[in-house]
Write a protein that binds this ligand. Structure first.
Ligand SMILES: C[S@@+](CC[C@H](N)C(=O)[O-])C[C@H]1O[C@@H](n2cnc3c(N)ncnc32)[C@H](O)[C@@H]1O
Length: 360
């Protein structure tokens, strides 16, 4: 899904012909769906039946678009639409069924005459989709101008722990990204157990047919910072090779073996990803990494220090470090009473030694 969105956001489209395609799609929406029930996790829980039916009809109309770039664009708009017409609380990134009682009486979501849930009962999915698509077509026009200055982007890889040409346009598929081939890396890796990335996009993953509901669990296991562990995995907490982290993890282990497994596995995965970053960077190249500390089992987990230790162990030098207060809490969820809300982020500027190409 990240690749699909990245591709759409970097592929210019002709606004005129995209608008025409949008019109045709809206015109050919069937009254009843002809395909099978979509494989979306807990479909009935997240959508009123009438909404799910409309979404399915709209999707069938979109799928008939023949131009791949326009199809991708409309599917991303459809994904935004899915979330907007779902019964999930629009203020949270992770789907949580909206309970109006949680909001104060005068809140716009629960205005007596026309509450959000009542509006959803008679929602016109085609109108919402059309509005989203038109706004995005206008953004696409601006992209055209930007891209004429920067050139096209190419979306290559999936897993940060194994940087490969998986989706190269020139057909050189499934080859590792060459050693010393990248000038600059800018990355915002996950925090240990801070976000439920797969759950956050589970509705879109299902509707876009990117992940059957039954496979969500397997996908969760591929995420850096994953939270679900088998009993066997819980008892085998990986070694971190970081003295401070090891001390802390021993205490966490005595309080909560699962939290210790989450945190230690996170550091282990990040070591693999950072080693991979170092491998592909050119000598003299830089990696810019955003990180934050958080609490694990009520104890301060100094993720920033540990990532820095790992980076130095891999050969990086820290050349600068900036601190930024997080103003928007759009994505922040207070997971449980022993995990706090992250309020500051660090930006680490890491350099790979050696003489850069332009200095030789
Ligand atoms: C802190 S967020 C950064 C989001 C991104 N900067 C953006 O603006 O959308 C961390 C991201 O890392 C992704 N991620 C988790 N495990 C990954 C892995 N093994 N390889 C690549 N990305 C991963 C998560 O899905 C999440 O989108």
């Amino acid at each position: 899904m990240a690749r699909l969105i990245a591709r759409v956001k970097t592929t210019p489209l002709d606004a005129g012909s995209t608008k025409r395609t949008l019109k045709e799609v809206l015109k050919r929406i069937p009254i009843e769906p002809s395909g099978e029930r979509p494989d979306v996790v807990n479909l009935e829980h997240w959508f009123y039946p009438n909404t799910a039916r409309q979404l399915q009809c709209l999707q069938e109309a979109i799928m008939k678009v023949r131009t791949p770039a326009v199809l991708d664009f409309l599917m991303v708009c459809f994904s935004v639409c899915v979330r907007k017409v779902s019964l999930a609380d629009p203020r949270l990134s992770v789907p949580v069924r909206l309970r109006l009682g949680q909001y104060p009486k005068k809140h716009p979501l629960r205005e007596k005459s026309d509450s959000h849930l009542r509006r959803l009962r008679r929602v016109r999915v085609d109108e919402i989709f059309s509005r989203i698509a038109q706004a995005n077509i206008a953004r696409m026009e601006r992209l055209q101008t930007a891209i004429s200055r920067t050139g096209l982007a190419e979306i290559l890889c999936s897993d940060a722990r194994k940087l490969r040409h998986e989706y190269s346009l020139n057909g050189s598929r499934n080859k590792p990204l060459a050693d010393e081939s990248v000038q600059l890396i800018i990355t915002s890796p996950p925090y240990p157990g801070a976000q439920k990335y797969i759950r956050s996009c589970s509705l879109s993953l299902g509707w876009l047919q990117l992940c059957p509901a039954a496979d969500l669990r397997a996908y969760k296991a591929c995420i850096i910072g994953r939270e679900e562990f088998t009993n066997a995995e819980r008892s085998r907490v990986p070694k971190t090779n970081i003295a401070e982290a090891a001390k802390l993890l021993a205490v966490i282990q005595s309080r909560s073996p699962i939290r210790a497994a989450i945190a230690a596995t996170y550091l282990d995965d990040m070591r693999i990803a950072i080693r991979e970053m170092y491998r592909v960077l050119k000598p003299g190249g830089h990696a810019v990494m955003v990180a934050a500390n958080n609490r694990v089992s009520g104890l301060e987990f100094c993720t920033v220090d540990y990532l820095r230790d790992i980076a130095e162990e891999c050969g990086f030098h820290l050349t600068a470090c900036f601190i930024d207060a997080i103003r928007s809490r759009g994505l922040m969820t207070k997971r449980n009473h022993t995990a706090n809300v992250i309020t500051r982020e660090w930006v680490l500027i890491l350099s790979k030694g050696g003489v850069p190409e332009w200095g030789r």
